[in-house]
Design a binder for this molecule. Structure first.
Ligand code: DX5
Ligand code: ZN
Length: 219
């Protein structure tokens, strides 16, 4: 059984002091930092690019779990790798050849993740599962923090957990969007071992990050 890890999304952080916010996450016991990169094309929002990640890299030893909501994504992979990403997660709809994009990330010696939007079926990545380190299940439509959790995606988590066991694979299952103290237990029971959370971690309990991370883990 994999231990549960928390990857707080800095999308909900104070962007005017991201370096300090990432330090707060580290002191609060985060296992990694979820960096939501949005291009205003694949999703209707625009966030941060490689220069910001590069400057944040100097301020933290935490793993940067970089979620690229960019399309087409291939021509940007190297820039995020050079900026300091440790895990690079892409969406299958954002590349013309998923296997080649996965190989490109692995050649850069980074962990590779593939993200499934709520409406995307697991079939699209089944043949790639042996080559990837992480599947990111979106439990909201990507683009914004603070949205309502979509419980129907837990069926996909359960399905992937079964495939992982049947094929003796070891990819992480990460869930992303609307995770809070009420639904984290069901996400973990379904098979997720990494929880992404922005609003709950930065805004609950007067922004007590340490308490919020402990509460999410202690289900
Ligand atoms: C949405 C992002 C999520 C989101 C999670 O596109 O990928 O990571 O920021 O934030 P909350 O926890 O606020 O739903
Ligand atoms: Zn994300």
């Amino acid at each position: 059984m994999k231990n549960i890890q928390i990857s707080p999304s800095i999308l909900s952080a104070d962007f005017s002091q991201l370096g300090i916010e990432i330090k707060r996450l580290e002191e609060g016991g985060a296992d990694m930092v979820h960096v939501d990169v949005m291009d205003g094309h694949f999703v209707p929002n625009l966030t941060i690019g490689p220069p910001v990640i590069k400057s944040l890299r100097k301020h933290s030893s935490l793993k940067f779990d970089v979620h690229l909501m960019i399309s087409p994504v291939d021509k940007y992979i190297e820039a995020y790798s050079d900026a300091g990403a440790d895990i690079i997660t892409i969406h299958p709809e954002a590349t013309s050849n998923l296997s080649k994009s996965i190989s490109k990330i692995k050649e850069l010696k980074k962990k590779v993740g593939v993200s499934l939007n709520p409406e995307t079926k697991t079939d699209i990545i089944k043949k790639n599962l042996k080559d990837i380190d992480l599947v990111l299940i979106m439990s909201v439509h990507p683009g914004f923090g603070g949205q309502e959790f979509m419980p129907e995606v837990l069926d996909k988590v359960r399905e992937l957990k079964t495939v992982q066991k049947d094929q003796n694979l070891s990819f992480d299952i990460e869930i992303d969007g609307g995770i809070n103290f009420e639904n984290s237990k069901s996400a973990i029971e379904a098979g997720a071992n990494i929880l992404v959370s922005g609003t709950t971690i930065f805004k609950s309990n007067n922004g007590d990050i340490k308490k919020n991370i402990e509460l999410l883990k202690s289900v």
